[in-house]
Design a protein around this ligand. Structure first.
Ligand SMILES: Nc1nc2c(c(=O)[nH]1)N[C@H]1C(S)=C(S)[C@@H](COP(=O)(O)OP(=O)(O)OC[C@H]3O[C@@H](n4cnc5c(=O)[nH]c(N)nc54)[C@H](O)[C@@H]3O)O[C@H]1N2
Ligand SMILES: Nc1nc2c(c(=O)[nH]1)N[C@H]1C(S)=C(S)[C@@H](COP(=O)(O)OP(=O)(O)OC[C@H]3O[C@@H](n4cnc5c(=O)[nH]c(N)nc54)[C@H](O)[C@@H]3O)O[C@H]1N2
Ligand SMILES: [Mo]
Length: 641
């Protein structure tokens, strides 16, 4: 197979500013002045909401706290978001609609102590290897594992049963599981009555989804659906885990609600060993959202529409807050296209290569009057900027905390100095704030954290001291002597209705197939995702070669490869309704006919996201990265005979 040389990214070591169309080296003073001046100019001309900020899900909680405070206090807008929008915003929206809080309910240890593990739309063997170690321990102790994924992934290979469904048919599958549970009388009536609402309507709504009807739509044999339903419902303890196979769809929040319905039906939530786990993506994407780097929540996941919450922050920050939600990442890009957002501050994101329909994204970013990018590498997004600010890498060059998928806050420590003139993200943010009239003094990350603790009840009891002594603490942690149970929503099991608060509602949902329709011109379903050996847009994982690692390929089923007459390694053209790329063929027997797989890891060689569609979930704003319609063409005509 022809191996292309992956682009190697070097660390940014000094600021850059654009002059006569090109980026040139600059000193810190000049770069910071230029950055601040552009923000000031745009605010004066168009108001604070012409500003948008992307905060870094790889950076610390402390940095994310300061970043959202910069947007809200210094600029005066709630237009702040992060890559959570491209992955688990639907999980947060679905979980908070049902339970009032958007976090995963369980801790990692619990998958070791459970009877049934369902990995639904999750390639955890590749994408969450640490969590997957706990899954393997659970399996060793006797847990049964089910994998629900269109591809027979490395995760599915460990499963007792793989349910290979058609892309975008998770709601019919979940509905058929629910119907089977109800018809077999396996639902947990005591829990349903005590803790939920809307059961009768829900049961009626899934009635059309017989095992046979679901087999027709999902492609999963009726017997396998029945087996999953009975195993999940009969289990004493069961863990339902999901990731982007569920959330990167135009109806993603509905997908999430369909899975939550199953837990409500069986009572598999709110008890040790039973729960719902959306495994979060970037190392601190959970923390970024918890810190308020999202357009609708203040730090501590507190709703910005609540007057009492707002008043408390306004008092602490000595600044008025806008009583409305800001734009999310998807809406920011739309607003750039409409000329409503004219300036953007991107800290540690690479949207040029990570957004669906990337050609359109580049066009919109190109319309900005002023773009500032703060990163550790000179990314393709940074190359579009007016000012580039070099940051330290949070995971080894800064002090602070990260929050993982089980809501555990852990300390990270500075081990080495940032290269060259690069500076800590928080220091850069404070320098810009000062230039815009806000003299913030933080004597290190701990001071930021203590400010957050005073404002977020969920974090109040987590001093740096305790975090170090206890090797991390899960939220909620309201006081310095509290250690909450490792799982959430135990209240659902309490018998005294007065103490329970609100019941958890079932959702009535309908099946909505992928937006990008298959037809004669685009007959194949492209889904995109990850491999163990590479990371997201490749910026942080480029520049090393390994015999275990191949560059971008287009993965085809053996049947499709034979039908197209292509051989492994042969370059082919992949075309969608938005773009066209060339990549070598890789034949994967784990793919069913009609399904094509590509990664997002090598966009400098093959820009996969020029193919994907920006059809977004109206509730969460997440794009349908997991379902594009494509055609695969040979570059050389087939030999005659
Ligand atoms: N090695 C590595 N690890 C990573 C990352 C990385 O780039 N590399 N990135 C991190 C990030 S940011 C994230 S968000 C996570 C993502 O972690 P995952 O979500 O596990 O990763 P993906 O490969 O994007 O997608 C998961 C699976 O969804 C399946 N899928 C596609 N369409 C459907 C569908 O319609 N229904 C169902 N049920 N499944 C479907 C795909 O076949 C794929 O196996 O990984 C994190 N960890
Ligand atoms: N086709 C397709 N596209 C996808 C997806 C998919 O499954 N398929 N998944 C989506 C998902 S889940 C995600 S999360 C996005 C990821 O999209 P992005 O977040 O845009 O991509 P990354 O490559 O993770 O970029 C992270 C950037 O942060 C910088 N960085 C790292 N550490 C620090 C730090 O400490 N400080 C600063 N300032 N910068 C830092 C890195 O250098 C890098 O440029 O991609 C989305 N795009
Ligand atoms: Mo992600």
């Amino acid at each position: 197979m022809k191996r292309r040389r992956a682009e190697r990214y070097d660390r940014l070591t000094h600021p850059l500013v654009r002059e006569d169309g090109v980026l040139r080296r600059a000193g810190w003073e000049e770069a910071l002045d230029r950055a601040a001046e552009g923000f000031r100019r745009n605010a004066a001309r168009h108001g604070p909401d012409a500003f948008a900020m992307l905060s870094c899900a790889r950076s610390t909680n402390e940095m994310n706290y300061v970043a959202q405070k910069f947007a809200r206090v210094v600029v005066g807008t709630n237009n702040v978001d992060s890559c959570n929008r491209t992955c688990h915003a639907p999980s947060v929206a679905g979980l908070s609609a049902v339970f009032g809080s958007g976090g995963g309910t369980s801790s990692y240890q619990e998958v070791e102590d459970t009877d049934v593990i369902v990995m639904w739309g999750s390639a955890a063997r590749d994408a969450h290897p640490i969590f997957f170690q706990h899954v393997l321990k659970g399996i060793r102790k006797g847990a049964r594992m089910f994998a629900v994924d269109p591809r027979r992934t490395g995760t599915a290979r460990w499963a007792d049963r793989w349910l290979g469904l058609n892309v975008g048919t998770d709601i019919p599958l979940a509905h058929a599981v629910a119907r089977e549970i109800v018809h077999a009388g396996l639902h947990n009536t005591a829990f349903v009555e005590r803790a939920t609402e809307g059961f009768a309507e829900f049961a009626a709504s899934v009635e059309p989804w017989t095992l046979q009807a679901a087999e027709q739509v999902t492609g999963v044999p009726a017997g396998a659906i029945r087996e999953l339903a009975h195993a999940y419902a009969r289990a004493d303890r069961a863990q339902l885990c999901w990731t982007l196979g569920i959330t990167e769809h135009h109806n993603a929040t509905d997908n999430v609600r369909a899975l939550i319905n199953l837990a409500l039906l069986t009572g598999h939530v709110g008890r040790y060993g039973s729960g719902l786990s959306p495994l979060r993506g970037q190392n601190n994407v959970q923390g970024g959202g918890d810190m308020g780097a999202i357009p609708n929540r203040l730090p501590g996941f507190q709703d910005i529409l609540e007057p009492a919450v707002r008043a408390r922050f306004e008092q602490a920050w000595q600044a008025p807050l806008q009583p409305r939600y800001g734009l999310n990442l998807t809406e920011m890009l739309e607003a750039m296209g409409e000329g409503k957002v004219t300036t953007c501050y991107i800290v540690g994101e690479n949207p040029v290569q990570s957004e669906a329909d990337s050609l359109n994204c580049v066009k919109r970013l190109g319309m900005l009057d002023h773009l500032v990018v703060q990163d550790i590498f000179l990314t393709k997004t940074a190359l579009m900027a007016d000012v580039v600010l070099p940051a330290g890498a949070a995971w080894c060059e800064s002090e602070g905390t990260f929050t993982n998928s089980e809501r555990r806050v852990q300390r990270v420590r500075k081990a080495i100095e940032p290269p060259g003139e690069a500076r800590d993200d928080i220091v850069i943010l404070c320098e810009l704030a000062r230039r815009l009239g806000h003299d913030w003094h933080y004597d290190g990350a701990e001071e930021v954290w203590d400010e957050l603790r005073r404002l977020s009840p969920a974090h109040a009891g987590m001093t740096y001291r305790r975090l170090a002594d206890l090797q991390g603490i899960q939220w909620p942690c309201p006081s310095e002597d509290s250690l909450e149970p490792p799982f959430l929503h135990g209240r659902l099991w309490e018998t005294d209705p007065a103490r329970r608060g609100r019941a958890a509602p079932f959702a009535i949902l309908r099946h909505s197939p992928p937006v990008d329709l298959l037809d004669d011109d685009y007959p194949l379903r492209l889904t995109t995702g990850r491999r163990l050996d590479s990371y997201n847009t490749g910026v942080q994982s480029s520049g090393f070669a390994s015999p275990l690692r191949r560059g971008e390929t287009v993965e085809l089923s053996p049947e499709d490869a034979a039908r197209l007459g292509v051989v492994p390694g042969e370059e082919v053209r992949i075309t969608s309704r938005r773009g066209s790329v060339v990549a070598p063929v890789f034949v994967d027997p784990g793919l069913r006919p009609g399904l094509v797989f590509m990664t997002m890891h090598f966009p400098d060689e093959v820009d996969t996201n020029s193919l994907t569609i920006e059809a977004t979930c109206p509730i969460a704003g997440t794009a349908e990265f997991k379902a594009a319609a494509v055609r695969v063409d040979r570059l050389v005509p087939a030999k005659a005979g």
